[in-house]
Design a protein around this ligand. Structure first.
Ligand code: ASP
Ligand code: MG
Length: 451
């Protein structure tokens, strides 16, 4: 593996305004990351999604007002930058595209996933063009260019949650890799979150997907490291908003970090680590607001592997219990249940089974899908318990260490545990509690098992 290319990614908070952008540009300068992936400016993706909603439901006047706000914010940045005429021209043309898309959605009263992706992609289109100019100003003696990531990140046609086509991406990135390696002055700014199908349609990788883009490019370019810059200096042992004693983690393995992301830690998009992990490329998570703070390294191998590293919470869970006496000694029953989940694209977070019943937790919103619940109810008697939270204790060798469960349960002695999941992963021990007990559970566990 070559040891040269570094990929950095800056999230929405690092693209918030010109001050944040200049700070991010200085980070690029210090670390010489030749590939820079950016998210939309802070809050813009949410605004674009609201705009879709408005286009479907409201009058043209209010739709246009919202478009003007987005336009103003980005044109103001160009003005502050003393940006080129070329820059504002590119912003205007993206806004024109936005107007056209909203008009279509408004008249048809329909927004297909394809249209949604095209519209969402405008956020990253705007920020990346502006940041290219910011970086040019901060790195006057370097050769900084804009790069359309859609020429590299090819995906399938699963709009709004597209899956990257790894082989094709790798092939496309070979010339880029060679170009960058042969010219240390070459810097590229590109978009996170978006991709393109083979037919040329714009796709997105799912909310928060810019981390994933950085990881995909890191793998395809054989990067030395991938840096994720956000507004918190690294990954913490738990959510600092819930527990004041949360501590920064210095180093963590890919596997533990992936469990954390899947089970509620908001620091990384859950699929982010898959590409970098395949090549063992280390990932640094730091804050562009405190670029000198130590941050967190995610790696294949780390020095310390504590029994309990972190405790996470995933709220908004619904516990579904499905019972049917016919399950007794029957086979294929679970397969039937899972085919319903598969058909409706609902993913299960935790599961336990007994002789004649199955308990599963899913995202509460999925229960609003009537055709899903109806189909499930055909398989047995079903109960739903909403507003639950999954509390996950994440660490190492959890299922091979005597006495761990006792320690965990001691901390939860005054909390009703509705379900327990343990055994499937050496990194995770999960309990389901009522959402209002979640905070107490986290604090108790953190106090004795981490602090
Ligand atoms: N802008 C996109 C979002 O807000 C992607 C990202 O920020 O990672 O989901
Ligand atoms: Mg983000």
């Amino acid at each position: 593996m070559n040891q040269k290319i570094k990929v950095s990614k800056f999230g929405g908070s690092s693209m918030k305004d010109l001050t944040a952008m200049n700070r991010s540009a200085q980070v690029v300068k210090t670390h010489e990351t030749q590939i820079v992936v950016v998210s939309a400016t802070y809050g813009t993706t949410n605004r674009l999604l609201d705009l879709i909603d408005q286009s479907l439901k409201q009058d043209w006047r209010s739709i246009f007002e919202s478009i003007l706000k987005i336009r103003k914010r980005h044109l103001d940045l160009c003005l502050e930058l003393n940006g080129h005429h070329e820059l504002s021209k590119s912003i205007y043309s993206l806004i024109d595209e936005l107007v056209t898309l909203c008009t279509g959605i408004h008249y048809l009263k329909e927004c297909t996933p394809k249209a949604k992706d095209r519209l969402q992609s405008i956020g990253e289109g705007l920020s990346s063009r502006i940041f290219t100019h910011v970086l040019k100003k901060n790195l006057p003696d370097k050769d900084v260019s804009f790069l359309d990531v859609r020429d590299y990140i090819f995906t399938d046609k699963n709009f709004t949650k597209a899956v990257p086509l790894t082989e094709i991406i790798r092939k496309n990135c070979i010339p880029l890799e060679q170009e960058i390696l042969s010219n240390p002055n070459k810097f590229y700014v590109t978009q996170g979150f978006i991709g393109r199908t083979i037919d040329g349609e714009t796709t997105t990788l799912g909310r928060g997907g810019s981390d994933y883009t950085a990881s995909i490019l890191g793998e395809a370019l054989n990067a030395q490291e991938v840096q994720i810059w956000t507004d918190v200096a690294g990954i913490a042992t738990t959510d600092p908003k819930i527990c004041k004693q949360a501590q920064r983690i210095n180093e963590i393995t890919f596997k533990e970090a992936a469990e954390m992301a899947t089970f509620g830690a908001k620091i990384l998009h859950p699929t982010t680590l898959t590409p970098v992990k395949r090549k063992g490329i280390p990932v640094f998570v730091g804050s562009s607001y405190e670029p000198d703070a130590p941050g967190t390294w995610i790696k294949e191998k780390v020095n310390e592997q504590p029994l309990v590293r972190a405790v996470t919470i995933k709220e908004g869970q619904c516990l579904i219990t499905l019972s049917n006496p016919d399950m007794l000694e029957a086979h294929g029953f679970l397969a039937n249940i899972f085919s319903v989940f598969e058909k409706h694209d609902v993913s299960v977070d935790a599961i336990t089974t007994s002789e004649i019943s199955v308990a599963m937790t899913i995202d509460m919103k999925s229960v609003d899908n009537i055709s899903f619940t109806k189909e499930l109810e055909r398989l047995g008697s079903v109960t739903y318990e909403k507003n639950m939270a999954l509390v996950s204790i994440i660490g190492n060798n959890i299922n091979h260490t005597p006495g761990v469960s006792l320690k965990i349960f001691e901390q939860l002695s005054n909390i009703n545990i509705r379900m327990i999941c343990q055994g499937a992963s050496i990194h995770n021990f999960c309990v389901l509690v009522a959402q209002e007990e979640g905070k107490k559970a986290i604090n108790n566990i953190h106090k004795t098992l981490i602090q």
